[in-house]
Ligand binder design. Structure first.
Ligand SMILES: [Fe+2]
Length: 135
């Protein structure tokens, strides 16, 4: 349950930061990052429902301070390094979900959805990596 709560927090954070960074970077990256933000929001919903089904009322508070600090860091780092930072986040999500898939108690359906989520994260990582050489 702790892992699921962490996952919800991370996805909420990812959705907010992608959104902010999309606005920050603009240009050709904007649409792509907005789309990623939307996918992360869907992931957050999966965890919200996951916790609800287990009688846990999800606290969906995304740490504003953490988002603001992260976006400030992104401003200083420039586009290339910011993309690297986001990539690292995606990799972290894949690691966490691999652990949950291995040890967590999931229904068959949840397992299938979580596997799709892992695919989304890998796709994001790949997309971010492909953008990088342009900056
Ligand atoms: Fe995600």
């Amino acid at each position: 349950m702790k892992l699921a709560e962490d996952a919800l927090k991370d996805e909420g954070f990812a959705a907010s930061t992608y959104h902010r960074i999309a606005e920050l970077l603009g240009g050709s990256l904007e649409e792509k990052l907005f789309k990623m933000a939307w996918v992360e929001e869907r992931h957050a919903n999966f965890w919200r429902e996951f916790l609800r089904r287990r009688g846990v009322v999800p606290k969906s508070a995304v740490s504003r301070v953490r988002v603001v600090l992260y976006v400030a860091a992104a401003k200083m780092l420039g586009v290339g390094l910011t993309l690297r930072l986001l990539e690292a986040g995606e990799r972290g999500a894949v690691e966490l979900y691999s652990r949950i898939l291995e040890h967590g108690e999931l229904t068959e359906h949840e397992r299938r959805v979580l596997e799709e989520i892992v695919e989304d994260e890998l796709l994001h990582e790949d997309e971010l990596m492909r953008e990088e050489p342009r900056f």
